[in-house]
Structure formats: structure tokens, C-alpha cells
Write a protein of this length. Structure first.
Length: 156
């Protein structure tokens, strides 16, 4: 919503004063790779575990092939038949760090559009991705069955 387009129906007085409650909606954009395991779609009732993989600082940018340089995306390219789970590998834009709101919105989108077992969602990441893993686990611990930061840092 553009700043000039105030949705007046969303403005509700909280009390007899000059204070008002308003709702702000944020739109996000994320480039990502999506791996669907062999057999995905064969049984429409089956729900699959999902791993969210966050890369390190060296893979930031707009070239998604960089995401496959290390870790899980690289292994999936080499041996796709060995992994019976959905993998989401987003790419962090140049000069930025992982944004929890963007990652949670991406996770929501993938869960709504794919056969994800919401009780088996995992997050992991390397270096800067480890930091993003810590941040996600702290922000939304109820969303993840496990979090495995690798060489990351955090500030609980």
C-alpha cells in the first residue's frame, strides 16, 4: 500500500484521544531454489518434511547458481535420489543479511503451495546462514522441529 493510500477503514480509535490503531502490511520478494524429492506428487495424501537451507555471505546476489556452491544444495545437485524431503534454498540479496520476515513469508508460501508436513520443518545454514538460523529459531521457535546452525553466531 502506498503511503498516500491510507485505508481509512483500518483506522480504529483506541480511545477518546489522538491515538489510533493501524495495520501495516509488508510485501516481500525472495529468490529461491526449490527441490522436490523423487516421488513427490505420486501420493497426493503424503506430506513431506522440509529443510530451509540458508547460505553464507559469499553466495549473496542475484545469481541463484551461487546457492549451489556449498552445503545441501550442492549435495542435492550431485545425488538427488538420496534426499526424501523438500528443500528451500533462498538467496540473500547483495549487501544484506537474512531477514526473518522475508524468510517466514517464504516458508508460509511454500507450505501453502506444496505438500509440506508442518510438524517436520527444519532450518539450517552456514556462516551468515547460521546466523539466520539462530535468528529464525529465536523469532519463531514453534515453526521448527529443529534448527542446526553451522559456523553461525547469534545473540539470544
Amino acid at each position: 500500500m502506498a503511503p498516500a493510500e491510507l485505508d481509512r477503514e483500518r483506522v480504529e480509535p483506541m480511545q477518546e484521544s489522538r491515538w489510533f490503531a493501524r495495520t501495516v502490511q509488508k510485501q516481500v520478494c525472495a529468490n529461491y531454489l526449490l527441490f522436490l524429492p523423487p516421488g513427490y506428487g505420486d501420493d497426493r495424501s503424503r506430506r513431506w518434511p522440509l529443510i530451509l537451507f540458508l547460505h553464507g555471505a559469499g553466495e549473496r546476489g542475484s545469481d541463484l547458481s551461487l546457492v549451489k556452491r556449498h552445503g545441501l544444495p550442492k549435495l542435492l545437485d550431485e545425488r538427488p535420489g538420496d534426499f526424501p524431503f523438500i528443500v528451500v534454498s533462498p538467496q540473500c540479496p547483495d549487501g544484506e543479511v537474512w531477514d526473518v520476515d522475508v524468510l517466514l513469508a517464504l516458508l508460509d508460501e511454500v507450505c501453502e503451495t506444496h505438500a509440506v508436513d508442518r510438524d517436520r520443518i527444519y532450518v539450517t545454514g552456514l556462516s551468515m546462514g547460521g546466523m539466520g538460523t539462530f535468528a529464525l529459531a529465536l523469532a519463531a521457535p514453534e515453526r521448527f522441529a529443529a534448527a542446526a546452525p553451522v559456523c553461525g553466531w547469534g545473540n539470544p
